[in-house]
Design a protein around this ligand. Structure first.
Ligand SMILES: Nc1ncnc2c1ncn2[C@@H]1O[C@H](COP(=O)(O)OP(=O)(O)OP(=O)(O)O)[C@@H](O)[C@H]1O
Length: 575
């Protein structure tokens, strides 16, 4: 957890102010029993109203100043803790943004969300406690012991017995509770995972009448978390009464032995009252410290989980001296590329070689799971090859700076992703500087302008979260328009025309032709109709290239391609 404190550096002056204020508050708390002792010994016992009033006045002033310091220190420590939490959340977010698909797959989205929110909140809460208790508890304990000793040395022997008992009680309870505290975060992960799956897949769940099963699955995860909380609370419920028991018995012992000492004339009444209050302060500081010993390990577990994210090195990052420009534009080449996903038994693609150039359309076709999307994923470096090279403009993609490489690419994913906001905002995601005419031109080509203009608010029509207020085909067309707005060197269409009807698919491809005259187009498709006009078709089968050529060449030479074509078109249509 200490490693995380470097993110609290901007608050060093505020932390210093909190330390000072907590110190002042503790000093005030420690001074009050001494003043009380003076009131009793010098005022009440001697019947001196003047002393009672003046010392009482001093007590009011000291208590007021202590209260002020307490309020200010609470305010400032909360400010430090939430500021620290904000910096940490930003840090985690920007680090996760640099993750490659590999790290995202490894962690999983649910835990990444829990760690960025709940875990950081745990740490934030403990920082508030630490700032207040960790400083005041030792001050109070040491100050209390010194002052108690000054009041009566012999009576402090009571602590020699009481303290170890208190420490034992706290230690015993903490040893039972701590392992459960550590499990909480993992159980929250599980609840988040089920909830996330349930919310994103709600339509499928309803369509398959699996609502009851999903409710049960959520209930199990929820119950598991609740049980853990109940067990912790059951254990912790013993904590306060046990500690209060020890504290009250100690107070009783002090009064008992104190009275004996007063009887023998070795101690004054005021000193006994002050001593009792000091003993309570010492015990209370022990309780505060023990709370810290319980809370800190829980935050420690959260800190480890946050550090796991911050320590994870993105698999894909900029090279040390990256290439930023090149003379060529839009050349893509695969040289004997093999790739397999982490944990997968077989490679997703093996020994793939082909090249694509500007003004050409290269189509990739093959059965499901043949490795088509994997080929596209390697071009913007969503993943890196295991062996072989992927070259863009004649340079290995690993030598490009990620920004320059991705700047060249207009990527349209298999599953369209839109963000909440207006249509205009979503299209400008392609290029921030695009003007209204760029947007409408792109929408026109993507066959999206008709449905956009039908919306009452046109381009400022609001898209809901995840684009749920649009049809699959509309989302796909907007996602294509977004790539067109970018005006890139290389277009990557990952099965991007699949949700379009045949007529729109064909109109879109015709409209694309002039735009892509100078750009390289690589498109993955399932339909023969989409690839038939391509300059080059790469046929994939089980991760390997089964043939490369034009439609006519492949029909003549590639049995796999012929089989795909025959499964979709009749002999007459082929002829
Ligand atoms: N993130 C991943 N982790 C592990 N294996 C994966 C991952 N993504 C894909 N695969 C596996 O890699 C292989 C190739 O997948 P890919 O998505 O490239 O196929 P595809 O040809 O695009 O299929 P489709 O047409 O169904 O989209 C498949 O066997 C798939 O199960």
């Amino acid at each position: 957890m200490i490693r995380l404190f470097k993110y609290a550096k901007p608050f060093k002056f505020l932390v210093a102010a909190v330390v000072l204020l907590v110190f002042l508050q503790t000093m005030a708390d420690l001074y009050l029993p001494t003043l009380m002792s003076d009131i009793i010994d010098k005022g009440v016992m001697r019947g001196d109203t003047g002393v009672i009033l003046s010392t009482g006045g001093s007590m009011l002033v000291v208590a007021g100043l202590g209260g002020l310091a307490a309020v200010l220190s609470s305010f400032l420590s909360a400010k430090v803790a939430v500021g620290f939490g904000r910096i940490l959340r930003n840090e985690v977010f920007s680090h996760v943004s640099s993750f490659s698909e590999k790290e995202i797959d490894q962690f999983g989205t649910a835990t990444l969300i829990t760690r960025s929110t709940n875990d950081i909140t745990q740490i934030q809460n403990v920082v508030i406690m630490m700032l207040r208790m960790m400083i005041s508890a030792p001050f109070m304990a040491i100050g209390g012991i010194m002052l108690a000793l000054s009041k009566d040395r012999a009576l402090t022997l009571v602590f020699v017995v009481a303290m170890p008992i208190l420490a034992l009680v706290i230690g015993f309870i903490a040893s039972k509770g701590l392992p459960r505290f550590r499990k909480i975060q993992v159980k929250i992960d599980r609840v988040n995972l089920v909830l996330r799956e349930k919310l994103t897949g709600i339509r499928v769940i309803r369509a398959f009448n699996q609502t009851r099963y999903e409710r049960q699955r959520f209930d199990e995860a929820n119950r598991d978390l609740t049980d853990n909380y109940i067990k912790i609370n059951r254990i912790m419920a013993f904590m306060m009464p046990s500690m209060m028991l020890v504290m009250n018995v100690t107070a009783l012992a002090i009064l008992w032995f104190g009275m004996i000492r007063i009887d023998s004339g070795s101690m004054g009444m005021g000193a006994l009252v002050a001593f009792t209050q000091y003993s309570m302060q010492i015990m209370f500081s022990m309780v505060m410290l023990s709370m810290m010993f319980i809370m800190v390990p829980r935050a420690q577990a959260a800190a480890v989980r946050v550090l796991e994210i911050l320590d994870a090195q993105p698999d894909i990052k900029d090279p040390q001296s990256p290439v930023k420009t090149s003379l060529n534009r839009g050349y893509v080449e695969f040289r004997n590329v093999t790739f397999h996903y982490a944990g997968a038994e077989a490679p997703a693609i093996s020994n793939v070689s082909f090249s694509a150039g500007p003004g050409e359309v290269t189509a990739i076709i093959g059965s499901t799971g043949a490795g088509k999307s994997t080929i596209l994923n390697l071009i913007p470096r969503f993943y890196d090859t295991i062996s072989g090279e992927v070259l863009v403009d004649g340079v290995d993609v690993r030598k490009w700076s990620l920004e320059s490489l991705r700047h060249k690419i207009g990527y349209v994913p298999q599953k369209p992703v839109l963000f909440s906001g207006s249509i205009e905002d979503n299209l400008r995601y392609g290029r921030e500087s695009a003007n209204a005419s760029d947007l409408s031109k792109a929408a026109e080509i993507a066959q999206a302008s008709d449905f956009i203009t039908e919306f009452e608010r046109g381009y400022v029509h609001q898209i809901s979260q995840g684009g749920t207020n649009l049809s699959g085909g509309q989302k796909q067309r907007l996602s294509i328009a977004r790539a067109l707005v970018r005006n890139p060197e290389i277009y990557l269409f990952d099965d991007s025309f699949s949700a379009l009807d045949f007529k729109t698919d064909s109109k879109l491809r015709t409209a694309l032709k002039p735009v892509t005259r100078e750009a390289t187009v690589i498109l993955v498709a399932q339909r023969v109709g989409t690839v038939i006009d391509a300059d080059r078709i790469v046929v994939m089968e089980e991760g390997k290239v089964a043939g490369i050529g034009t439609h006519q060449e492949l029909l003549a030479n590639c049995p796999v391609y012929r089989e795909i074509v025959l499964s979709q078109l009749s002999e007459e249509e082929i002829a």
